[in-house]
Design a binder for this molecule. Structure first.
Ligand SMILES: Cc1cc2nc3c(=O)[nH]c(=O)nc-3n(C[C@H](O)[C@H](O)[C@H](O)COP(=O)(O)OP(=O)(O)OC[C@H]3O[C@@H](n4cnc5c(N)ncnc54)[C@H](O)[C@@H]3O)c2cc1C
Length: 339
């Protein structure tokens, strides 16, 4: 039975390749998988069980083995995600991974590009450019997957993922495929919601980008990447912009004006290069420290500017027991310009 039901406390066990010939599953099942390996912040706790599907059919098969009440989370490249140090007591499915994952990417006869959820967004940008498609260039600088971009309506430099989505392929908890149109969703700034109660997740999308020129698109990709390198602290583990920009303003400006640029909390730092980024320079920050620093920023910006910052990064899982209600870590908050 494909269910090494994880139970607390998490006990580190060796990752195992699942030989699921019984269920005809071809992916890899791991128990107590540390999520610091899978999120761009390189911090956080473990998940009870993780499945790395071989492909879409394999994932459908796996979904059919899940109990209806099993907590389920789908993860792309973890570039917008933090799992608390107490871990996530459920199942995670990795769309992009050591197994092939959901990696199909092709130009369809109707001119759309079909991209599965595990395809990295920069790969989709380059594929579109090479196939004489324009306006996909912005995706080159977003270091997640197509599934993550669909979930977050990821965007930058004037481009937004859902501006180009014609339809999507969703999968249900029961392992069924459902095709949905753009009109089935409410689409907003870094937010997308299905207009129906459902527990479906994104498996793929058909994108329609306007026809363009290969060289122009390639040049734009390289310009956008240069801008990112100049503006963002890409040398350190981070999760991009921590907060959404409030209407008519920039979260980075507000954080800087609150005097928090460079502030530290136990290994987590408000980036000196871009104040809306929290970095983990030595790779030693805990998820708790990162979350507490986020809380400090929200409180300081509200106190000084009266603006309530809304988080863009997703935080899931449980706080470790030792840190619940603890003042100790919060007391290690320091505001200073450098390390
Ligand atoms: C250096 C850096 C720069 C960034 N710049 C930008 C930027 O310019 N613009 C921007 O919008 N974002 C930016 N981000 C944030 C992040 O890259 C995007 O939000 C990205 O789209 C997340 O994709 P992911 O695959 O990493 O998602 P994950 O972090 O793995 O997941 C994010 C959320 O989506 C859910 N999810 C993931 N895949 C699926 C799926 N297939 N079906 C259902 N739910 C799913 C997860 O459960 C989670 O809740 C940046 C991040 C970094 C580290």
């Amino acid at each position: 039975m494909l269910r090494p039901r994880y139970r607390k406390p998490f006990v580190a066990t060796k990752s195992s390749v699942f030989s699921g010939s019984r269920e005809k599953l071809r992916g890899e099942l791991r128990v107590n998988e540390p999520m610091a390996r899978h999120v761009s912040w390189r911090a956080g706790g473990s998940v009870a069980q993780a499945y790395l599907p071989m492909d879409l059919d394999d994932l459908l098969g796996f979904m059919r083995t899940l109990r209806h009440d099993e907590p389920l989370m789908v993860v792309g490249l973890g570039s917008n995600l933090l799992v608390r140090d107490g871990g996530y007591n459920g199942t995670v499915v990795f769309m992009h991974g050591v197994r092939r994952g959901l990696s199909e990417l092709r130009l369809e006869p109707d001119g759309t590009i079909y991209a599965e959820a595990g395809v990295a967004s920069p790969k989709l940008a380059r594929f579109a450019a090479n196939n004489q498609r324009a306006e996909a260039e912005f995706l080159a600088g977003i270091p997640g997957t197509v599934g993550g971009a669909l979930t977050m309506n990821a965007g930058c430099y004037g481009g937004e993922t859902w501006n180009y989505v014609e339809r999507v392929l969703m999968i249900t908890r029961q392992g069924e495929k459902v095709i949905r149109q753009r009109e089935d969703f409410t689409i907003g700034y870094r937010h997308v919601g299905l207009n129906a109660a459902s527990d479906e997740v994104f498996a793929a999308a058909w994108f329609r980008f306007p026809v363009g020129e290969i060289e122009t698109a390639r040049q734009r990709i390289s310009e956008l990447l240069k801008r990112r390198i100049a503006q963002q602290p890409l040398q350190y583990p981070n999760a991009g912009s921590v907060f959404r920009n409030p209407a008519g303003d920039h979260a980075a400006r507000l954080i800087e004006a609150a005097g928090l640029k460079g502030a530290w909390l136990d290994g987590a730092q408000v980036s000196e290069k871009h104040a809306n980024f929290i970095v983990n320079p030595d790779g030693k920050a805990s998820a708790t420290a990162i979350e507490m620093l986020i809380g400090r920023i929200v409180a300081a910006v509200f106190e000084k500017q009266g603006v309530e910052l809304m988080r863009e990064v997703r935080i899931v899982g449980e706080m470790p027991r030792s840190e619940r209600g603890s003042q100790a870590l919060d007391d290690r908050f320091e505001v200073k310009a450098s390390k």
